[in-house]
Design a protein around this ligand. Sequence first.
Ligand SMILES: *Cc1c(COP(=O)(O)O)cnc(C)c1O
Length: 227
Amino acid sequence: MTDIPTRLQAVRERIAAAARATNQPTDSISLLAVSKKKPAGDIRAALAAGQRAFGENYLQEALEKIEQLAGEPVEWHFIGRIQSNKTRDIAENFDWVQTVDRARVVRRLGQQRPTDRPPLNVLLQVNIDAEEQKAGALPAALPELARLVADTPGLRLRGLMAIPQVSDDPAVQAASARRLRQAFDALRASGFGIDTLSIGMSGDLEAAIAEGSTMVRIGTAIFGERV
Ligand SMILES: *Cc1c(COP(=O)(O)O)cnc(C)c1O
């Protein structure tokens, strides 16, 4: 039996410990609860325990939960692969999208964001290990893509996101996180007012925070294994 409030508290304590270990204020690191493949009831349990930001990967599943939880104070993040012909659902229903990696998607999201909603918060997904099958923009493409997001009405550029290559070697994971941090710092140095670096999951949140993550995305450690 999963006890979501207890697991959530344990994750908060891991984040706080990782922040202390690297002399960062705990509240500089935010927690995204990844609720993919979990029912709306699990999200309610986490909401009751004070969690606000939830991440979803699959659009159809997400739209059902967004409807079921209408009126609840949820901040919805889309963290799945974006199909160009599905951008409207993202633009109309989410508060953040973390997986933007190409110009066509940027333009469509901007055009489709309802004008009566605040700008859609955007993270650019970076293919930080240049893996062949993986989504995400290569680091060299980031300045131009960042400029496009920053110049698009209806969108607000907030930072970068990555899903590093799977590795048993913590040093390999740390190196990926460090490269992402460098790309983030380079964009800031060139004038982009970005504040969010989304990296770190259930298995590697400590390493990610040590390398400068400001948002960890945690599924399994909060909601239990997915079937
Ligand atoms: C599933 C997923 C997570 C959460 O992974 P866990 O290992 O369950 O914590 C984080 N980020 C993305 C993009 C995901 O797809």
